[in-house]
Structures are given as structure tokens and as C-alpha cells.
Ligand binder design. Sequence first.
Ligand SMILES: Cc1cc2nc3c(=O)[nH]c(=O)nc-3n(C[C@H](O)[C@H](O)[C@H](O)COP(=O)(O)OP(=O)(O)OC[C@H]3O[C@@H](n4cnc5c(N)ncnc54)[C@H](O)[C@@H]3O)c2cc1C
Length: 403
Amino acid sequence: MTQYDIIIVGGGAAGFFAAINCAEQNPNLKVAILERGKEGLQKVKVSGGGRCNVTHAEFIPSELVQNYPRGEKELLGPFHQFMTGDTIQWFEDRDVALKIEDDGRMFPVSNSSQTIIDCFLSEAKKHQVDILYNHALKSLSPIENQWLLETSQGDFFTEKVLMATGSNPKIWKLLENLGHTISQPVPSLFTFDIKDKRIAGIPGVVALDVEVKVLGTNLYSEGPLLITHVGMSAPAILKLSAFGAIELAKRNYNFQIEINFIKQSYDDCFEHLKALKQDLAKKLVLKSAQFELPKRLWQKLVLASHVNDDVRWADLNKSQLEALASQLTKAIFQVTGKSTFKEEFVTAGGVNLKEVNFKTFESKHHNNLYFAGEILNIDAITGGFNFQNAWSGAYIAACNMSK
Ligand SMILES: Cc1cc2nc3c(=O)[nH]c(=O)nc-3n(C[C@H](O)[C@H](O)[C@H](O)COP(=O)(O)OP(=O)(O)OC[C@H]3O[C@@H](n4cnc5c(N)ncnc54)[C@H](O)[C@@H]3O)c2cc1C
């Protein structure tokens, strides 16, 4: 039987961040990480396409929380305690410089997630955190003001325990047995599968700013849209997959979306097309892309409006103009499934947020039981926000555990 002051279960982003901060803030404490794998930080390694999108350049807490479909209300207080700026400073203090990309995502200047891993491993060593790999937690029980942890390699006693096991159904089950409720897990951050001749054969085409609605719901998003080999991706779609994670799961990923490719009303678009009929009279419609749409997408939408490749603007009749205005401003597509977005994905669901004190990240049901990261029912859109949740929760939990 081994005794620690603090045990962190899970050697991922939240687990390492918490362990290092506990040990640094109170060097008298004996701190261990129990990690089931033979290595930790596996998601950090593959994150952001191997570059690790550490956080996002959004420095106002009330703005930052809007990127969390689950956790928006609960994270406001924590972000006032440990914000994106604190993340940047934390890494800078440890010689890891971060850079901002045009869309606000922040990466290590090295463009390598290994920089983050190396930083965590060296900090853990410096502060004498014991990292016990191949130690999978099997059970967790409160015994006389202590926690007993049974693992695949023996039993441990500790005064305080932080659960940072990410999205692990077995651990959620174990927490249910301790009286916690778990919000049903469903995938978030996925791309839409769409078979439609309007997007067939043009993967890689990007419409820079579109509006997308999921019909029959209030789900709506704006932003860039990417045509892929199997459907659609990019922020306009990924935001819907996050904010609609539960709703779209209920529909078994079968639903219709309506896209406004040019962010103009149908009426304005129709008037604009009528004017073009005069202005571009002799030009071929197919060859004169408008509204800054990519040529290949414009051609697909023109053909879908029953306008053949030899039709000139002057030849367009009213119904063709109406059809083209519809395709541009309210094109309906049938989604038939989802695919993994390889750069980042998370699980919506986890420990019910009403059962956690967000001033400390401690359980409201059990003293000295803490949570951080994806184990909680918190998740965000893509862009570095999921890691920021891990850093903020882990840091605040560490401050309280190390007191
Ligand atoms: C491909 C991919 C790319 C991503 N890219 C980004 C990105 O660039 N930016 C961003 O913000 N987010 C990204 N995310 C999301 C981000 O990785 C997660 O939100 C984050 O890792 C959650 O941290 P965590 O510590 O809570 O969980 P995890 O990182 O999942 O760590 C949990 C750890 O607990 C261990 N564990 C589980 N069960 C047990 C057990 N019973 N006993 C002991 N240990 C256990 C696991 O082995 C794991 O090491 C990405 C996700 C994926 C899948």
C-alpha cells in the first residue's frame, strides 16, 4: 500500500497540468500521477495535427465562454481566475513561446506538440511528481477521510484525489457508484457526410463565409465551409456539430441543412442577378462566377439551377434566375451521417456540472475529490478552447488541493 498526499488519476493534459502546479505550489506534498497507458499525454501529442493548439487568443472571459456549448455558464468564474493570458504566461515562464495564427488559434512557436510534452515532463521531474505508468484505476473508495485507489498494479491511499481521466465510460460508471450523475456522452466536433452532385468532385473548395441552418431546429452557424471527399467541414460545420451534438445524435445524424453561400437575402440576390442579366448579357453564366464564390462551386450551383454550360446571362428566364437565387441563398442538403474531424474531437457529456463547485473544482458530493478536463460535461468548438478548459480547471483544482 503506497501513501501520497495528492493523487492525480490520468496523465493527460489536465492531469499533468494539475500535478505540476500542485507540486510547485507546495513542495512538501507527495504528488503522483496514475496513468493507465505506458505513456501519457497521447492526445496532446496528436493534437492540432501534431502542432498542439494550446489555447486561443481571446482575452475576455465573457467572450471566451461562448465557445463552450456545455460549460458556458460554469466556466465564467474559473476564467476570471485562470485565463488564456495566464496559460500563455505559464508556458512562457517555462521557455515555451506561443504564437497566434490569423484565426486566433495559438500554437507553440516550434509548431510541435512535443515541445509541450517535453515541458510537462521536465516540470514534473523538477517538482518530483511520481508518474506511474501502466497503472489503471479500478476502484475508488472513501475510507476514513482518505481515498483508497485500487489499480492494476496495487493499492494507493491519498488524502486528495483529482480525476482527470478524460472521456472514459468505466470511470464515469465508477463515479456514478459514488453518487455522481453523468450526462450521456455523445461525440462532438465532427464533419457532415453529404452525397450530393452539387459538391461531388470538388473536394478542397472553400466558401469563405456562409450561413448554415439545421432545418427543424434553432441550430445556426456562420463561417468558412470546406467541401470534402465525403461532405462538408470547416468552422461553419464544426460549430454546428458542437452546439448540436445532442440534437444531431438524437436524429441519428440524418437531417437537412440550408446553406446561404453568399450571406444575402434571396430578394437581394434575385435583384442582383437581374442586374447581371443586363450587365453581363453576352457572357456565359457558367464562366462568370459572382459573389466571390470559388469558380468550381459557382459552376455546380449554376448547373443545379438548370442552366446549361452554353447559356448566356441574357438568355436566363425568370425561373432560372429564381432557381439560381435559391441555390445561392437557401440551398438544401441532406446530411446522412458524420465523419471524424481528424484535427480535434471531443466527447460531449460527463460529470454533471451541478455537482461540482467551480470555485475549487471539488465534488459537491465528496470532500477531497476533484475533477478537471474532459471528464466534466464541458466541451468546446475547435480552436484551442478544449485545452483551455483543461488548463483552467487543473490550475484551480491544484491551487485548492495544494493548500
Ligand atoms: C485528435 C485530437 C486532436 C485534438 N486537438 C486539440 C487541439 O489542438 N486543441 C484543443 O484545445 N483540444 C484538442 N483536442 C481535445 C483535447 O485533446 C482534449 O479536450 C484534452 O486532451 C482533454 O484533456 P484531459 O486531460 O481531460 O483528457 P485526456 O487528454 O484524454 O487524458 C486522460 C488521460 O487519462 C488516462 N486514463 C483514462 N482512464 C484511466 C484509468 N482508469 N486509470 C488511469 N489513467 C486513465 C488516459 O490514458 C489519458 O492519458 C484534440 C482531441 C483529439 C482527439
